[in-house]
Design a binder for this molecule. Structure first.
Ligand SMILES: Cc1cc2nc3c(=O)[nH]c(=O)nc-3n(C[C@H](O)[C@H](O)[C@H](O)COP(=O)(O)OP(=O)(O)OC[C@H]3O[C@@H](n4cnc5c(N)ncnc54)[C@H](O)[C@@H]3O)c2cc1C
Length: 373
């Protein structure tokens, strides 16, 4: 993401789809023969007039996928190539988290790196090529009590014989105007993804938990110096991580310190820091800022039906299967450990293969289609 030499990426957070083509069902793949449309008011009801929903666009499918990040789109590619004619409810961020970033240097197959939105448009075009259909709606309710499973979005009811949940997680931000403006220009929420861009630079990490300390230690591989900034006196992190952090000669810890403003015009060139005890302020010159104050999994609509861990992440029961037979889980919505596009995509492939096998075991499809390979 944080390519300090790519100023055109700066407005991505404010308008993640700016300049992107999203094709509603216009892919040149297999036709949707055999799928019935339920809920007769597809073109009316709660659907906004400017949405190209009309008679003939499917709301019923064998594989309903919720989420269109790397996990959901990979599941769509696999399910579509297995002739399962998936329908994807892509949410309000079609393409997922990578739509909010620029240079991706760790996704295999792109030795020169690839722009996040471009990568996700390629995923989507590949899914559409094989017949996946998309509605970029947020699901606000599901009913997982019986098959077909049901999901509602914008007043429309969608039904799936299987369901793949791939709604991801959202990085938490400080919500400063200057932080949002400089995202992709020195401000990041992913050390694994962007640390490499900060070789021989002085940077800061904000946060007080294990993740913040892990990221601060990891970033010392690249940076000349890492400032760990935490607004409280004590840390939430484990003792071992605290000891490791204080023992790292390249890390300087600043407690009782909060970021009042990220400074910089085109790129980050410093922080205005405040001591919340007396409101005194000072400026710290540096070139990068990593926000490590946590992620929020997008699981609200599933919580009445599925188990979550203490952080709110979904918990797969066996492989990608949830405890509800026919409901599968993929990507960051269940993963606070790896949180990478490649691992989410891998999960999407696994979930689609598991869904396909489950449909076969239930007699919904006759045999596992070889087309998936
Ligand atoms: C700034 C930044 C930079 C990053 N850089 C890299 C990198 O360089 N390399 C790398 O490998 N990873 C990177 N990552 C991490 C990577 O983006 C994620 O690991 C990956 O996107 C997770 O994929 P996912 O499909 O599980 O979820 P997401 O990408 O989070 O996608 C979730 C999808 O679910 C949809 N959704 C959410 N709620 C609903 C709902 N109620 N109804 C319908 N749809 C819904 C959203 O619209 C979205 O389409 C970065 C992340 C960030 C934040």
């Amino acid at each position: 993401m944080t390519d300090q030499h790519r100023p055109e990426s700066a407005d991505a957070p404010a308008s993640p789809l700016a300049g992107r083509t999203i094709n509603f069902g216009s892919g040149g793949g297999a036709p949707f023969g055999g799928l019935s449309v339920i809920g007769g008011d597809l073109a009316g009801g709660d659907a906004p007039a400017d949405e190209p929903l009309g008679d003939g666009l499917p709301t019923e499918t064998r594989v309903l996928i919720i989420g269109s990040g790397p996990a959901g789109l990979t599941a769509a590619i696999y399910a579509a190539r297995a002739n399962l004619e998936p329908v994807v409810l892509g949410g309000s961020t079609p393409g997922g988290q990578l739509m909010l970033t620029s240079e991706i240097e760790n996704f295999p197959g792109f030795p020169e790196g690839v722009d996040g939105p471009e990568l996700m448009n390629r995923f989507r075009a590949q899914a559409e090529r094989f017949g996946a259909r998309f509605h970029d709606f947020d699901v606000d309710r599901v009913d997982l009590s019986a098959r077909p499973f049901r999901a509602w979005a914008r007043g429309l009811e969608f039904r799936g014989q299987t369901l793949i949940l791939a709604t991801g997680a959202s990085a938490l931000w400080l919500n400063l105007e200057s932080e949002q403006r400089l995202r992709g220009r020195g401000v990041s929420a992913c050390a694994t993804c962007d640390g490499f861009f900060f070789r021989d630079k002085e940077i800061a990490v904000v946060g007080g938990g294990d993740s913040a300390m892990e990221e601060a230690n990891y970033l010392t591989r690249f940076a000349t110096k890492v400032h760990l900034i935490h607004r409280r006196d004590g840390f939430r992190a484990s003792k071992i991580m605290i000891d490791r952090t204080y023992g790292n000669p390249k890390i300087e810890v600043h407690t009782n310190t909060e970021v009042a403003e990220v400074l910089g015009g085109e790129f980050v060139d410093g922080l205005r820091l405040r001591d919340p005890r007396d409101d005194s302020e000072r400026v710290l010159p540096l070139e990068g800022l990593f926000i490590a104050i946590g992620h929020r999994p997008n699981t609200d609509v599933f919580r009445d039906w599925l188990e979550t861990d203490d952080k709110g992440y979904l918990m797969p029961h066996e492989h990608t299967a949830s405890r509800i037979p026919g409901v599968f889980i993929a990507g960051d919505v269940a993963d606070h450990r790896y949180r990478q596009a490649i691992t989410a995509a891998g999960d999407g492939a696994r979930a689609a293969l598991d869904a396909e096998r489950w449909l076969e075991s239930e007699g919904v499809i006759e045999h596992v289609a070889q087309a998936a390979w």
